[in-house]
Design a protein around this ligand. Structure first.
Ligand code: GLC
Length: 421
């Protein structure tokens, strides 16, 4: 265990950027900016090593907030970087703290990470400062991104779900025009194309970025009429948990207004998910352009586990899928991003189409623990930590062989290993 912990500490230290104070997903250049959910997970690693820095990480994340309340998926480094698409591809937006930012968001895990951090290392002043930007961000998801009052956000780009090339998005992606950007891509300098989204995927991601840039109303308008519009049970369940976590933290801090608002937000999302769930209680991914639900249960559906009011039968089913069913999501290194039994789409070594990721495994463990399934949660955490010990802090692991893949020295693998060890 000591080796995994020592090397995880080193990874965090290497990936740290002192101004304004955040951890890059990797130090090798593949991801040279601040990414939203990566940064939130990084705070949990710092909580173990240096709690003051954990609060600093979350402060820089909220410092990336845009004027509309959105905390973006990327806050760009001002130094020139080999990264595509660069800040110029996005509308000219700057954050509260003056950085260029993208115009989409990412799964809002920050409030959950803040609550966990506060429970281990209470710093009332630092935590209180984070409440207002976080509640504003949650409100943004439920207003600007929910024009039709579904009670949960509409996701307008696959990057926003955090699971870029997940098979959940194949149908809506197949409808999009393409913009050939193969020659502009930088990611393949560091990782072979076989382990990255395809050029076809990138052609559609890039077209969609352009569409967002040209839209008259990039948030509400695209959420209502955009060419890519989905309900992601992963993002929505993470939001439900984050709102509840912020409410509990605000209660502890005596901030009743934030607590009331956040309990109301959590309740709204929980109700929306329950209302549209399948007969088994699990909410699937939905293509909002034609209302079609995705049949297979991948990592996004597994994250229903984060819903506080998920019916017990659904908890049972997801516990089986994620920890026991080796043909579905249960792999020796954690929770697969896509079920092995869906032979048409499953690719064990291809990014979000099969591999296990520490983030998903850890979030499923958190959900299981909160439903009182301590043994199952411990099993998942042990698989995640073992994978880091044998493979190092890789970006993800092959869904069949467990081999570490993608980039090395990956921040959230290190951070979640530290937090769980
Ligand atoms: C990729 C992942 C996303 C992550 C980002 C930075 O785009 O799909 O989830 O946040 O890389 O690590």
């Amino acid at each position: 265990m000591a080796v995994a912990v020592d090397s995880a500490r080193e990874v965090l230290a290497q990936n740290w950027v002192d101004s304004p104070g955040y951890t890059r997903p990797t130090g090798d250049g593949l991801y040279p900016h601040q990414w939203n959910w990566d940064s939130a997970f990084a705070a949990l690693g710092w909580a173990v090593v240096d709690p003051a820095r954990a609060y600093r990480e979350l402060r820089s994340l909220t410092g990336a907030q845009g004027r509309d309340g959105c905390i973006p998926h990327i806050a760009f480094s001002p130094q020139p970087q080999h990264y595509f698409p660069s800040a110029d591809w996005w509308p000219a937006r700057t954050s509260h703290d003056g950085r260029r930012i993208s115009a989409i968001s990412q799964p809002p895990v920050a409030a959950t990470c803040l609550r966990l951090l506060f429970d281990r290392h209470p710093d009332e002043g630092a935590a209180r400062e984070l409440l207002a930007p976080l509640v504003r961000w949650h409100a943004w998801w439920l207003a600007d991104r929910d024009p039709d009052r579904l009670g949960e956000p509409t996701v307008i780009h696959p990057w926003e779900s955090g699971r870029d090339n997940a098979p959940d998005w194949d149908r809506p992606m197949n409808r999009l025009p393409e913009l050939d950007v193969a020659a502009l891509r930088q990611d393949t300098r560091w990782v072979g194309i076989d382990h990255r989204p395809s050029h076809k995927d990138y052609a559609r991601y890039a077209w969609l970025v352009r569409a967002i840039g040209k839209a008259h109303s990039p948030q509400t308008g695209l959420a209502r009429y955009g060419p890519f519009r989905v309900l992601d049970p992963g993002t929505s369940s993470i939001l439900a948990a984050a709102c509840a976590d912020l409410a509990h933290l605000a209660t502890d801090l005596g901030e009743t207004r934030v607590a009331e608002l956040s309990f109301a937000h959590a309740d709204k999302v929980e109700r929306a998910l329950r209302h549209r769930a399948n007969a088994d209680g699990i909410a699937p991914a939905v293509d909002l352009v034609d209302g079609e639900a995705v049949q297979a249960y991948g990592a996004g559906a597994a994250l229903n586990l984060l819903r506080a009011r998920l019916p017990a039968a659904a908890v049972d089913a997801l516990e089986r899928l994620t920890t026991e069913d080796a043909d579905a999501l249960a792999a020796p290194t954690g929770v697969r991003s896509w079920p092995k039994c869906d032979g048409a789409a499953y690719r064990p070594d291809s990014y979000w189409r099969g591999p296990t990721w520490a983030s998903i495994t850890w979030l499923c463990a958190l959900g299981l623990e909160r439903h009182g399934r301590d043994d199952a949660a411990a099993t998942l955490r042990a698989r995640m930590v073992d994978a880091a010990r044998t493979e190092g802090e890789r970006e993800y692991c092959d869904g069949d062989t467990g081999e570490g893949l993608g980039t090395h020295n990956f921040t959230w693998t290190a951070a979640l290993t530290l937090w769980s060890s």
